[in-house]
Design a protein around this ligand. Structure first.
Ligand SMILES: Cc1ncc(COP(=O)(O)O)c(C=O)c1O
Length: 401
């Protein structure tokens, strides 16, 4: 007899460290904005691997590129260069509108880690040995390796993993006075998400981001933009910073960059990237020909004006539908977001709401303490946005949560 979802779930509970809640659903396949479980039940995927599946599940161009590349070469040492790696690097540098050099990574946290090392090295050489402090923000998320997790606000409440990186401060988000209170001769860098994702989909104001840029210029502090969740088209611009009118000194990318494959990158202005010397940073798999071939294929789709316009149009359409639902019911408290990165606060227990949505064929995640987060593939159509609104409305209007 074939195994049921419950059998698979029990096996998962036994096999894996208890770091994630194990859902009832065992996923099997996906196409575009939909996924199916092992019982062939269809779901609208508003998680998308947590803001990862930028060009949708099983994107034809990506599949064909992988098939082609896998027959040629998948891996070589970082000392050797390949055509896909050089082309992907040049494409991102050109599209960034200000960055000059890149280092590919395997994940977002590694992009953050590398950027922190680069910032500290530059500051050490150019501003003095004591200039090592980093300003991050309350409610931030930057990853889970030790440098990145120290910048992640949650670390403040997890002393059991200490000692963390010394010299990291958490200022209030969207509050320049709070940032100023931490700036000193020892400040090497400020790391910021233009839209805080895990923190609850909290967009910065343009005034704040431009104010940070001005403070960094004034004090010769490196501005690191963590575009890992909000970048690569998620909020309607290829680089998230372009939606806010600033240029960082270093930008971190991952998630949507690989459209479902593990790849990240950090790019920097040459003035800063030249601080790295031979052998000071690296990673075995970073920039391998398979991942960079995928990057080329993914970014070449996202960069198209009509692709980005779809994110803006569908995002606005989804927002309008959600605002109408807010007016029609008493159960939505607040809706925030930009493009296809949306957070909804409701009166319901978020765990129960997510389960009810899952039962009703919609996958979504939690962000912050209580927000329902929608980060569907960026290829979402208005029909699929209607499907999302209908499914949320059905669950909310039933009111038995
Ligand atoms: C803004 C931001 N930075 C960094 C990361 C870490 O990326 P990864 O999980 O690929 O290490 C994430 C992941 O959620 C993120 O949202």
């Amino acid at each position: 007899m074939s195994e049921t979802s419950q059998d698979w779930k029990n096996r998962a509970i036994d096999a894996f460290m208890p770091l994630y809640s194990v859902k009832d659903v065992i996923l099997q396949r996906g196409k575009g904005c939909h996924v199916w479980d092992i019982d062939d039940k269809q779901y609208l995927d508003c998680i998308a691997g947590i803001a990862v599946m930028s060009v949708g599940h099983c994107n034809e161009r990506v599949i064909n590129a992988i098939k082609d590349q896998i027959e040629k070469m998948t891996m070589c040492s970082g000392s050797y260069q390949t055509e896909p790696k050089i082309m992907a690097a040049e494409m991102l540098i050109e599209l960034s509108g200000g960055m000059n050099q890149i280092f590919f990574t395997n994940s977002g946290t590694e992009a953050v880690e590398g950027s922190l090392k680069l910032a500290r090295k530059w500051a050490h050489v150019n501003k003095g040995e004591d200039c090592k402090e980093i300003i991050a923000f309350k409610n931030s998320f930057h990853g889970r390796t030790y440098g990145a997790v120290t910048c992640t606000y949650k670390s403040v409440k997890q002393p059991e993993f200490a000692p963390y990186l010394p010299g990291v401060h958490h200022a209030d988000f969207n509050d320049l006075e709070s940032v100023k209170s931490f700036i000193s001769d020892k400040t090497a860098a400020i790391i910021v998400e233009p839209v805080q994702g895990e923190g609850g989909i909290l967009p910065a104001t343009e005034e704040f981001m431009q104010g940070l840029r001005a403070l960094c210029d004034e004090h010769k502090i490196i501005m690191i933009s963590d575009d890992i969740q909000a970048g690569m088209g998620r909020i309607g611009t290829l680089f998230a910073y372009d939606a806010f009118g600033y240029k960082p000194d270093i930008v971190c990318l991952a998630k949507g960059l690989g459209g479902g494959f593990p790849v990240g990158a950090f790019l920097a202005k040459k003035e800063f990237s030249s601080a790295f010397k031979y052998g000071e940073h690296g990673s075995t798999y970073a920039g391998n020909p398979l991942m960079t071939r995928i990057v080329l294929e993914v970014v070449d789709q996202i960069r198209q004006p009509e692709f980005l316009q779809n994110v803006i149009d569908t995002g606005n359409y989804l927002m309008e539908g959600l605002h109408k639902l807010k007016t029609d019911t008493n159960s939505i408290e607040e809706i925030r977001g930009k493009g296809l990165m949306i957070g909804i606060d409701t009166v319901y227990d978020i765990g129960k709401l997510l389960s009810a949505l899952e039962d009703n064929g919609l996958l979504a995640t939690q962000a912050g303490a209580k927000s329902l987060r929608l980060t569907p593939p960026l290829v979402m159509s208005k029909t699929e946005a209607d499907e999302a609104i209908d499914k949320i409305a059905h669950v909310i209007q039933k009111g038995d949560l």
